[in-house]
Design a protein around this ligand. Structure first.
Ligand code: BG6
Length: 490
């Protein structure tokens, strides 16, 4: 099977925070891959913008290094890399003082070309940058702005950020990135649900027992202390990635794949989430923080030992039992968990169907397990449908639980693009289907805020867990109390 690359119109891509971590690890490598795939039309330009005083050549050198470090060696083609670097230039900009915006305006000129302003900067700068874009008349009708999470740290601050952006850009120009929506298997979830007649009749509380969504990481804090310690896992992962996954599992069939058709359905799910009140937070949520332990075969420090001041109450793990109060899902738990320094790096969604009502097989046949649909987002993307079969061969009727296994890497000989590659090209195309609308972000905060409030009011401490395990014991208790267990993810 071959992949198809559909070229996009020429565009100017302005990376604010162009020398930062995101540009280095994700944006420049993603843009290089799209160059190599032949997706750009001429003249397409990429302009780095940040406070550092660099020249164009310095920036090209920065990009060359970023790409060499973050793209697999066998995917680097010298000629394409040179062609890519030739598109790059740099403008030194100070978002606060406004210095440099005139130079940016001069570089962009008055061409009607598509402009992508990518905010790979701290959210505190979004407002200043937008105001400067307005002052210098850079937000043309063809412009789009891309904002990364976190969009605020609660509902009120998210509204402020959205207001600041909304003063300069119309909603159809605003692309709020949740990179999980760009992952191949996440989109496959929509194909699985809406391009097959098989699952949809069963996709409801009559046939599904519960849903589990796990996003487990092995990494710890990395170099993100100043951001992460103020955010914590609930804001960093649940408010966005996990809730978006939950929406895709739970939403009704949209009228089409049009951006607003999909986003309307996701919004309804977010608005139907049962609020977690102060009195229930202790029962329905678990906070954890990793302690020293072992990861990937080596000893690792505990979270607080990684901090300069050696103390913090920030959670690095969250588990939540969520419910959706609507006709399709009432009474069906959605167990969510995410954390750093866990036993494995794995993201997956498990749909567990109801058990059979009655077994006709005798005890000797063994246990009859419930069917599970396991959608593995990473690594080893694929889908497994667990079913019961007769154990092959003689020996009477013995039952066995086996997966119908569809590993994408084994089944398709196609390079799996990084989420950012797809998302950045969607921005250029003006397709917002995989981006969050303002009301979605705010509805997600509306559900998260009371949990944050309850933790604060009740001083719900983060339970310690040893690095390299599956999180605090409270997370196991959260699901086992209901007579269920976390799916073994490795
Ligand atoms: C980011 C979070 O949004 O997602 C990080 O800020 C996290 O803390 C990352 O590590 C996980 O992304 P991925 O694609 O590696 O699963």
């Amino acid at each position: 099977m071959t992949s198809q690359t559909i070229p996009v119109e020429p565009f100017d891509f302005i990376a604010f925070g162009g020398t930062g971590d995101l540009a280095e690890r994700k944006l420049l490598p993603a843009l290089y891959q799209r160059q190599k795939a032949g997706q750009f039309s001429e003249p397409t330009r990429i302009i780095g913008a940040s406070r550092s005083k660099l020249g164009d050549e310095d920036y090209r050198e920065f990009a060359r290094k970023a790409i060499t470090e973050h793209v697999r060696a066998d995917e680097i083609d010298g000629t394409e890399l040179d062609a890519f670097l030739a598109r790059l230039s740099y403008v030194a900009i100070d978002a606060k003082s406004g210095d440099g915006f005139e130079a940016l305006a001069a570089t962009l000129g008055d061409s009607p070309r598509i402009r992508v302003f990518y905010m790979a900067v701290a959210p505190a700068l979004f407002g200043d940058i937008c105001a400067n874009l307005k002052t210098h008349a850079l937000a043309t009708p063809q412009a789009r702005i891309v904002v990364e999470k976190p969009i605020g740290r609660d509902l009120a601050s998210a509204r402020d950020v959205n207001d600041a952006i909304g003063q300069v850009f119309e909603e159809h120009q605003v692309f709020r990135i949740d990179h999980y929506l760009g992952k191949e298997t996440v989109q496959n979830l929509m194909a699985l649900r809406f391009a097959n007649a098989l699952y949809e009749p069963l996709w409801n509380s009559a046939h599904i027992d519960h849903v589990q969504i796990t996003v487990a990481e092995m990494v710890g804090l990395e170099d993100r202390v100043s951001y992460y310690d103020k955010a914590g896992a609930l804001r960093d992962m649940v408010q966005n990635h996990l809730l978006q996954l939950l929406c895709l599992v739970a939403m009704e069939v949209p009228a089409s794949m049009e951006a607003d058709a999909v986003r309307d359905e996701k919004l309804k799910v977010l608005r139907s989430l049962t609020p977690i009140r102060d009195t229930e937070a202790g029962k329905l949520t678990v906070r954890g923080q990793y302690r020293a332990g072992a990861s990937a075969g080596g000893a690792v420090k505990g979270y607080v030992e990684e901090l300069a001041n050696g103390s913090s109450t920030t959670e690095t793990f969250v588990a939540i039992k969520a419910e959706i109060a609507n006709w399709r899902w009432a009474g069906i738990p959605f167990y969510l968990r995410t954390g750093k320094r866990l036993a494995a790096r794995v993201s997956e969604i498990v749909i567990e169907f109801k058990p059979i009502p009655h077994s006709i097989f005798g005890e000797g046949a063994g246990e009859v397990f419930a069917n599970q649909l396991v959608i593995r987002l990473q690594p080893d993307e694929g889908v497994k449908q667990w079913i019961m079969i007769k154990d092959p061969g003689p020996g009477g009727m013995r039952l066995r639980h086996v997966p119908l296994d569809m590993s994408f890497a084994e089944s398709f000989d196609v390079r799996n693009p990084d989420a950012y590659e797809r998302l950045v090209m969607d921005v250029v195309r003006g397709n917002q289907t995989l981006f969050m609308r303002r009301d979605e972000v705010e509805a997600a905060w509306k559900w998260i805020d009371p949990i944050l409030g309850a933790w604060e009011d009740s001083h719900q401490d983060a339970q310690g867990y040893t690095a390299g395990t599956w999180g605090p014991s409270g997370s196991i208790a959260l699901i086992e109390r209901d007579g269920r267990t976390w799916h073994e993810s490795v």
